[in-house]
Each structure stands twice: as C-alpha cells, then as structure tokens.
Write a protein that binds this ligand. Structure first.
Ligand code: UD1
Length: 429
C-alpha cells in the first residue's frame, strides 16, 4: 500500500493560508545546535519527514531532543560520535552540514560524501575548500570525507566562487566557534542564511553582513544556548500563491515576509497578476488573463530554483509562450514529462524549457519524483479538468505540512488515498 493524493481540479481557489516554518532554515539551524553544550530551542518548526530525519541525526551525536508541537529543544552536553554514515547523508543531503559543527567543536569528523541526485551533480568542493582554508586537514577515502583540526580551526579569509547556500551555512557555523575574525566573500544571500546568522549571534558570535555577499564573523571559543523562532517558508508560500494563480483565484499567504521572495513577486506581476503585500503576508489576485514570461532561476534574490517547477505548472496554462532557464541544477526537470501527461506543452533544450500555454489541462495519474516536482503536479492537477492522482508523494511530504488541509481551506478538492496493491499497471520489460 502506498499513499497518493487524489485531486479533482477545476475549482477557483480563494482564501488565506499560513506558511509553516521554513524547512530550509529549520534543517541547518537544528544542525547548528551541535555547536554548543547548552540547550537550544527552535520554535515554529514544521512537522515534516526531513525534520524527523535531522532530529534522528542529532541524536546520533548525543543530542537529547524534545519535540513538542512545533517547538524543538536540543541539548548536546557532549558529542558522542563524529561520524555521519552514507545512509544518513543519502536520506537527507543537509546531513552533510554536520561536518562544520563536528569539526569546530570536536576537532574531527567523518561524514559520507553526498552523491549526485535526480536534480544534479551537487558537488561539495566549496565546503571543503573553505574548511581547509580554516586549517582543517581533509581527505577523501571510500566515499567518506575525513576531516580533522587537532589544534582547532583558525580564522581565515574565504572567497566562495559561487554563492552556495550549504557552503555558506557550513562556514558560518565553523567561523562562529573559531576565535577571531573570519571574512567570507561571495556568500549566499538567502533569508535562511540571515536566519543562521541570527541564531549564531544569539549563541554569542558576532555575525555582520548576513544577507549581503560579504559576511564577517567574530567567533568565540565557546557558544551558549539560544532560542529562535523559524522564519516562514517562502517556497511553501510561493507554491500556495501559484495555486491561486493557476486556478484564477485570489490567495493570501500569511506568516512570511514579502522580502523573502526576491524577484518572484515581480515575475508574478509581469504575468499580469495583482500582488499586494503587508509586512508579513502576500496576496495574489488574478484580474485578467495570465501572461507567459521568460525567466531564469539563480541565487537569491533571483528566482529560487525551488520555485522553478511550481512556476512551470502555472505557465503551462498562461497565454502565449514562456521559457525558464534553470541555472542552478542541470537536471531539475523530472516534472516536465509528468506535466505533459496532464496536457502541458513543454520542450526541454539543455537547461532551458519552452512552454506553450494551453487553454486546459486534463487530469491523469502522475508521479511526483522530487519535492518541488510533486508540488508542481499538485498545482497542475488543481487546474486540470477531472481527476488526477499524484503518486510518490513521500517526496511532497518532505516539504509541505498539512497540504490537503491547507489547499482544502482554499476550496480545493484534495484527498490522501492509499493505493490498492492489486491495482497495478504492467510496465513492460
Ligand atoms: C539549498 C537548498 C535547496 C535549494 C538550493 C539552491 C536546503 C536544505 N536546500 O541546497 O532546496 O535548491 O539551496 O537554492 O537548504 N555547488 C558547487 N559546489 C559546492 C556547493 C554547491 O558547485 O561546494 C553548486 C551545486 O552543484 C548547485 C549550486 O551550487 O549547482 C547550488 O547549490 P547550493 O546552494 O549549495 O544548494 P544546497 O545548499 O545543497
């Protein structure tokens, strides 16, 4: 038996939903709690598969974790291990980010190298080069990164050739627990990086410039416990806004700052969507036909690659032609063939997709093969005539809490179902 979502499309969505805490802030912030022997509390944590995986990971290193409602309290008085296995890193890529706290606090770490995945090659060279500059001795053996800093890490000047989110998180964590001033240029500027800086600041480090390309960290030899409230999830929020767009409705998402979206809201305006904002909410309203656009993904504040697939669904029924160039991950197109099953007209050439808007999509069974691909198929199914089934939704569950309830509150007809084991399609040899 496996779970799928049944969606009967064609309803115009209207109403207000609240964004949950940002998964992509929650994972690194929970990992950062390993930097201190004192208790830390993180609130507004979404109840997702990825959250459970990171808690399991922390427990491997000796953390006592108390998860109550949306509040997670982590206390790691001593690091009891220094190794993260391939099974952990494979289940959750962000597990690789334990490298910095283990190294900075314990002086040694053995962390399995994450491989590529469905969306791209995803190397970690920038993480390793930065830590090497801070004095870590790093080697690779049998797919495992062996890192040691027997005399501690040292402050350094590090230049990131590309604003990698993960490398920026790693180096901020390492620098926070390294006495002296580390300067990192070419940093990622995502709101989740600002959230990391906020936590590290509360733990006792001084972090200046987060959210700009140059961040200066004055680290300490010991960090204290801290409490922080997670920022709202801009990717989840963007997905619900696009649910309003694709169904021609009016949707407000609360609990997220409009400043978190970078160019996304401007792209919606270019699509002829009315966008209005308050300090902590965004509303979209379709006042006329949705128009096609030509856009590309990129590091913040450019269009987030995590919104590429959901945006593509909305463009599938927009007037005229559109294109999206994916500059971040070379292989992030698993949703294209599934959107085609719903009637979308999309062609891929290298890293660019061309979309010819169609008047109507038609419901069908489809597979959501990664978290955002699954979200795009949910959106397309909401607009499609008739009934769709979205399979492989364990991917969707990694990033979207209460998705049926939230979409249902906007008027969508969405149900979680279990597949009948006798109901299979012979797929050939
Ligand atoms: C994070 C997000 C992910 C998002 C991505 C880009 C989390 C848990 N995940 O992933 O949802 O899609 O940011 O916004 O927050 N790169 C290198 N060398 C490196 C590191 C990265 O070449 O050492 C390349 C990658 O291959 C990729 C690009 O940089 O092409 C972006 O990767 P990065 O920003 O590191 O993404 P993640 O932190 O893994």
């Amino acid at each position: 038996m496996s779970e799928f979502l049944e969606i009967v499309g064609g309803t115009t969505l209207r109403g207000t939903v609240r964004a949950g805490g940002a998964k992509n802030a929650g994972l690194p912030l929970l990992i950062a709690t390993l930097l201190t022997p004192e208790p830390c509390t993180i609130t507004n944590v979404p109840n997702l598969t990825d959250t459970s995986l990171v808690i399991h990971l922390l427990e491997q290193f000796g953390a006592e974790v108390d998860y109550d409602g949306d509040e997670v309290r982590v206390h790691t008085p001593r690091l009891l291990a220094s190794e993260a296995s391939y099974s952990l890193v494979k289940a959750l890529r962000a597990s690789f980010w334990v490298l910095a706290p283990l190294l900075a606090r314990g002086g040694a770490a053995r962390v399995a190298l994450p491989g590529g995945d469905l969306i791209g090659a995803r190397p970690v060279d920038l993480h390793l080069e930065g830590l090497t500059k801070m004095g870590a001795e790093i080697s690779l053996k049998h797919g495992v990164v062996l890192a040691s800093a027997p005399h501690g890490l040292k402050p350094a000047q590090i230049d990131l050739r590309y604003p990698s989110v993960g490398a920026t998180h790693q180096l901020l964590m390492a620098a926070a627990l390294t006495p002296g001033c580390t300067t990192i240029t070419g940093c990622a500027r995502e709101p989740e990086i600002v959230a990391m800086a906020e936590l590290l600041g509360r733990m006792g480090a001084s972090v200046q410039g987060a959210g700009t390309p140059v961040v200066e960290v004055r680290g300490e030899g010991q960090l204290r416990g801290a409490t922080v409230d997670l920022i709202g999830d801009r990717i989840e929020a963007g997905t619900y806004l696009l649910a309003g767009v694709i169904t021609g409705g009016e949707v407000t998402v609360e609990g997220v700052s409009p400043t978190f979206f970078g160019s996304f809201l401007d792209i919606l305006r270019e699509m002829n969507i009315e966008v209005s904002t308050t300090e902590a909410s965004v509303t979209v309203r379709c006042a006329g036909p949705v128009r096609g656009v030509h856009v590309k993904t990129g590091p913040f504040p450019e269009l987030a690659t995590d919104l590429q697939a959901p945006l593509m669904a909305a463009l599938a029924t927009a007037e005229g032609s559109s294109s999206i160039e994916e500059t971040v991950y070379e292989g992030r197109f698993s949703h294209v063939s599934e959107l085609a099953r719903l009637g979308a007209k999309i062609t891929v050439r290298e890293r660019t997709v061309a979309i010819e808007g169609v008047k109507k999509l038609a419901g069908a069974p489809v597979d959501g093969l990664d978290i955002r691909a699954a979200a795009s198929l949910v959106l397309a199914a909401l607009a499609a005539e008739g009934r769709s089934e979205i399979h492989e939704i364990h991917h969707l569950r990694r990033g979207y809490e209460h998705v049926e309830r939230k979409l249902g509150s906007l008027g969508a007809r969405v149900w979680s179902r279990m597949s009948d084991p006798d109901d299979f399609i012979f797929a050939g040899c």
